[in-house]
Design a protein around this ligand. Structure first.
Ligand code: ADP
Ligand code: ZN
Ligand code: MG
Length: 485
């Protein structure tokens, strides 16, 4: 069989987390309220009303454009996209067409080993075609043999971002969404939750012979509502197209609907063309001008991008990429890590280990915001220093994490109050070891009879006797000495 490759381009709709809608003052963040409670004459398109652009929407779109290295256009325009549907009371959607707010851009996606057939991992560069802003439509649903419509979502602000057809596998498409979601949360501009529909993605798929540069007829997959579904749907569609072509059949430009329940793609309709929408300039809105001063103001606190920070963590702190990746999944965690490293002054890898193994579990279990924890970066660094100086042992250090988080007290104070300092006193340790050996004559005999693996068990008993405070290394040496007698 000939060798094929897939060609994939993604169109994402990103719901911005502004307080109010894009062209009116209705609440934007509560479209799941009782139906038709967050609506007004503007977002329901009553005659005689005028839209007023929400500046916050523009700001957030510009943040995203900057993150994607896209060029913000000094002037862009709003257009009417006309179509009839019950969830669109105006009969048109205000969108941007030929002059969108930003064009171009690129994201370099790290594709993990697990998504690389060669098992090595690689980078896929994906060019961005454009970003535009638009309003969302309402929702319809079936109930009690009736078709109901809810306009709450009308006018909720969206950014539509379109890639060039640069992706080559279903896994790459999934990675694009994973990194986009990370970025949106990093910038704080969207909840970016696919299950909730505030990040939506359509996948455009075609196939061609490997090595060829042609763009063949594509299909468009709609209604996927998770990253896994997108991956599954694209895989299935690639397989279907290969089968069709192998049979000598043509690929038709269908729009396919992903059925979440059955995990199947169904032909929804033959595709509309742009002419069907009769786009024309929105006469009720001025051209959107973004002055260089305004842009500067919007971007003045622009953060280091997550993938850049990931690379810098690996380089600057000499961390494995695995660590750098986890530590930069969320901006708050990345900040927490760097603040701890600064306060600690010791080996960053040690900070990373404590964070990834212990602190992250606390954060996840209790849904904590890293920088709002009572276990602050300074307190964590103090615990690490207490362990480094052998004031406390590692076990006590790990226990301290929870105690500091519960009480908000400084680690050194807790060590004082609860007498947690490591017992390194030779006489004290010797006493405890003698006591344990005397209390366990059978085990002592077994040890002497050659079962030296029991040493770990003896150390454990001493640790328990000392409430975890004994210097384990010292206890082990003393136990060996006493048992060998
Ligand atoms: P349409 O005619 O559907 O509007 P566009 O050229 O606007 O197509 O592209 C829409 C999306 O489809 C973009 O993400 C683009 O990268 C992708 N795309 C375009 N051509 C192809 C193709 N031959 N195979 C796969 N994806 C494609
Ligand atoms: Zn409104
Ligand atoms: Mg198009």
């Amino acid at each position: 069989m000939a060798e094929y490759e897939a060609v994939i381009g993604l169109e994402t709709h990103i719901q911005l987390n502004t307080h109010s809608k894009i062209f009116c003052s209705c609440k934007a963040d509560s479209w799941e309220d009782p139906a038709n409670t967050n609506i007004c004459p503007v977002c329901t398109g009553l005659p005689g009303v005028l839209p007023v652009l929400n500046e916050r929407v523009v700001e957030k779109a510009i943040l995203l454009a900057e993150a994607m290295h896209a060029q913000v256009q000094p002037i862009s325009y709003f257009d009417r996209k006309n179509y009839f549907y019950p969830d669109l009371p105006k009969g048109y959607q205000i969108s941007q067409f030929d002059q969108p707010i930003a064009v171009g851009g690129q994201i370099d996606l790290p594709i993990p080993e697990t998504a690389d057939p060669d098992g090595k991992g690689y980078v896929r560069s994906v060019r961005i075609h454009k970003l535009h802003i638009e309003e969302d439509a309402g929702k319809t649903k079936n109930a009690r043999n009736q078709r109901l419509v809810d306009f709450n979502r009308c006018g909720v602000p969206l950014v539509e971002m379109v890639t060039e057809p640069d992706l080559r596998t279903a896994d790459e498409a999934a990675q694009y969404l994973i990194r986009l979601r990370q970025l949106l949360r990093w910038l704080g501009i969207s909840e970016a939750d696919m299950e909730k529909g505030n990040l939506r993605c359509d996948g455009n798929v075609s196939i061609r012979l490997k090595g060829s540069n042609v763009l063949n007829q594509k299909t468009e997959i709609k209604n996927v509502n998770s990253i896994d579904s997108l991956r599954d749907a694209i895989r299935k569609e690639i397989d279907r197209q290969i089968r069709e072509v192998e049979k000598g059949n043509e690929i038709h430009p269908w729009t396919l609907d992903w059925d979440e329940d059955t995990g199947e793609l169904r032909k929804m309709r033959s595709k509309e063309t742009e002419a069907d929408y009769r786009y024309f300039r929105e006469p009720d809105l001025l051209p959107l001008r973004v002055s260089s001063d305004w842009k500067k103001e919007i971007l003045k606190d622009f953060p280091e991008r997550p993938l850049d920070r990931r690379q810098r963590f690996a380089d600057q702190y000499d961390l494995p990429m695995y660590d750098a990746d986890i530590l930069t999944l969320e901006r708050g965690l990345a900040d927490y890590f760097e603040e701890t490293v600064t306060a600690y002054k010791g080996d960053p890898k040690k900070v990373s280990n404590w964070l990834m193994n212990d602190v992250l579990r606390m954060i996840n279990d209790d849904h904590l915001e890293p920088l709002e924890m009572r276990l602050t970066p300074v307190f964590l660094s103090e615990i690490l220093q207490l362990v480094d100086s052998a004031t406390i042992n590692i076990t006590t250090g790990k226990n301290l994490l929870e105690i500091v988080q519960d009480t908000g007290k400084a680690p050194a104070q807790i060590v004082d109050e609860q007498e947690l300092a490591q017992v390194t006193d030779d006489v004290q340790i010797r006493e405890m070891c003698l006591k344990i050996i005397a209390a366990n004559p059978e085990e002592a005999d077994d040890f002497r009879g050659g079962k030296e693996s029991l040493i770990g068990w003896f150390v454990g008993q001493v640790m328990r006797e000392s409430r975890g405070k004994a210097d384990a290394k010292m206890a082990k040496d003393v136990l060996f000495e006493l048992l060998k007698k």
